[in-house]
Design a protein around this ligand. Structure first.
Ligand SMILES: *[C@@H]1O[C@H](CO)[C@@H](O)[C@H](O)[C@H]1NC(C)=O
Ligand SMILES: *[C@@H]1O[C@H](CO)[C@@H](O)[C@H](O)[C@H]1NC(C)=O
Ligand SMILES: *[C@@H]1O[C@H](CO)[C@@H](O)[C@H](O)[C@H]1NC(C)=O
Length: 497
């Protein structure tokens, strides 16, 4: 009994002497940085959701620890790797991520890689350590392969911020190919634009998926890396402005500016946690060449693997390097929402050349209706006598879409600003401001989440015109209505998907 206790202690209490003597023995060839030798990297295998409970430590070379920790070599092995830290402590996201992983993968070996002492340094120094920490993880994985025939394809490294690049180095140095690496908003400074072998890259694992949430640039750098660096790179909300992270939103509950930055950077972790917890409501991301095209609703296709689940549920896609994908999310968990592409031909009937209409749509579904949703044209104007494509995002599941109300914001009588402008010019003699009139006969809708396509026609076929302050109601076209006009439209104004 005494022996058992002793062995348990060896795995629970860490011996830094052991670390220096064994784990780092290979490091001299890699780095001459003597600071590394004083660092301690711990592999804390979680047995309990409570992070305050010590758990059990794996040590390369110590078989008894594998047994004590209950390491199961045939189950999945998931390493969670933190990033740069100023506090020197685990941040609160760690607990949430560990607990979500453990709940989703109950048999998995969930290991927290603790390199805090090397991460709590000036940022450039912490960056300098990523290679050594990655090498250390590779050493651990090699040992597990030797001793336990651990299949590397069952290994999944999840790295946040700087931890994503640590995972990349682990993938570089390990013998064989790791199954999957997930980069959660991989760090940008000192990694943006550098060669593939100095950052996380698609070669580091069989499948490398990346969530980018804080890529907004300030003073030439962004906290999260902007460039695509995986097989699949997902940019929620364009990867720059995360809903719920605006200064006002965050300062209401936080105390300093750092919290605002953290909100967007850390959003990647929370989206990943969300994907682990809400298996029944997966969020989809859609491939697109850029955020602007996505925000215009041009990219909502799932054909040829052009959409994927985000986070843990992401599917491996073959031969698709650096494919950028986008989605919109809610501000809080569950983050998933519903995307609709709406295409409508807007005819200029009367006096609308400079009307620049502001449209709203209200969606009526089988379960629920939305409020009026602003139709964002993204620094553009609604194209007149053209087919326009818009992206409409709803937070709630309204069920099957039954009806759409299109409104043109404004008061039909108060055309004051337009009136003033026009009055100055050649309309000055007229006593009545001209009322612009547009016409929309039908709206073609594609639901991103279901890929269902429907055409909506004016409920009252004689009411297809719209002026400021007015609205048109559209319902699903009667059978037969759909096919003919659609063909004609595609010929006349063929738009890419
Ligand atoms: C190890 O994991 C495998 C696969 O998840 C599972 O079938 C097996 O029961 C586990 N063994 C133990 C001892 O828990
Ligand atoms: C990183 O470490 C190397 C030596 O290993 C050193 O020459 C270099 O100055 C370090 N870089 C930074 C930014 O500290
Ligand atoms: C659209 O077409 C209408 C009538 O066919 C025409 O009067 C108007 O000038 C056109 N507007 C634009 C912006 O092309």
């Amino acid at each position: 009994k005494g022996g058992a206790t002793l062995r348990l202690c060896a795995c629970v209490l860490h011996s830094s002497v052991f670390i220096i003597a064994n784990v780092y023995s290979g490091l001299d060839t890699l780095s001459t940085d003597s600071k590394v030798l004083n660092g301690i990297i711990k592999y804390n295998m979680r047995k309990n959701l409570d992070l305050d409970q010590e758990g059990c430590y794996l040590q390369a070379g110590k078989m008894e620890c594998l047994e004590e920790c209950g390491f199961n070599a045939t189950a999945k092995t998931i390493f969670i790797i933190h990033g740069w830290t100023m506090s020197g402590m685990f941040e609160s996201w760690m607990q949430k991520l560990v607990s979500a992983v453990m709940q989703r993968e109950q048999e998995a070996n969930v290991v927290v890689v603790d390199w805090i002492s090397m991460a709590q340094q000036l940022y450039p120094d912490a960056v300098n350590h990523t290679r050594n920490v990655g090498f250390d993880i590779a050493t651990m994985l090699n040992w597990l392969q030797d001793e336990k025939q651990l299949p590397l394809e069952n290994v999944h490294l999840i790295g946040y911020s700087l931890g994503a690049h640590v995972a990349g180095y682990a993938g570089t140095y390990v013998r064989g190919t790791i199954g999957r690496i997930t980069g959660l908003d991989p760090a940008g400074p000192m990694f943006e634009g550098v060669e593939e072998h100095k950052r996380l890259s698609p070669d580091d694992a069989d499948f490398v998926d990346v969530l980018h949430t804080y890529t907004r640039e300030a003073l030439g750098v962004s906290i999260g890396i902007q460039q695509p660096i995986g097989d699949v790179d997902i940019y929620p909300n364009g990867g720059d402005v995360q809903p719920g992270c605006a200064l006002g939103d965050v300062l209401a509950v936080a105390t300093n500016f750092m919290e605002v930055m953290k909100c967007e950077h850390e959003r990647a972790v929370h989206l990943f946690v969300d994907s682990l917890m809400n298996k029944d409501h997966m969020s989809f991301a859609f491939q697109c060449t850029g955020p602007d095209r996505f925000k215009k609703g041009i990219c909502l296709s799932c054909r040829k693997n052009r959409c994927n689940n985000i986070g843990y549920n992401a599917r491996k896609m073959r031969k698709k390097r650096n494919s950028k994908m986008y989605l919109k999310t809610r501000a809080d968990t569950p983050f998933g929402g519903y995307h609709y592409q709406m295409k409508m031909h807007v005819f200029n009937k009367k006096q609308a050349d400079n009307a620049d209409p502001t449209f709203y749509v209200k969606l009526y579904g089988a379960h629920d209706d939305t409020t009026n949703i602003y139709v964002d044209v993204h620094d553009d104007t609604v194209g007149l006598n053209l087919t326009n494509t818009f992206l409409v995002f709803t937070e709630d599941d309204i069920g099957d879409l039954l009806k759409i109300q299109l409104s043109w914001e404004g008061d039909s009588d108060s055309w004051s600003s337009v009136w003033k402008n026009i009055k100055k010019s050649f309309w000055a003699w007229n006593t009545k401001p001209p009322k612009p009139v547009l016409e929309v006969r039908r709206i073609r809708v594609k639901a991103g989440e279901t890929q269902q396509k429907l055409t909506f026609c004016a409920q009252d076929p004689s009411k297809t015109e719209i002026s400021p302050g007015e609205s048109i109601t559209f319902v699903k076209c009667r059978d037969g209505w759909e096919v003919k006009p659609r063909k004609r439209y595609e010929k006349m104004f063929s738009l890419s998907e």
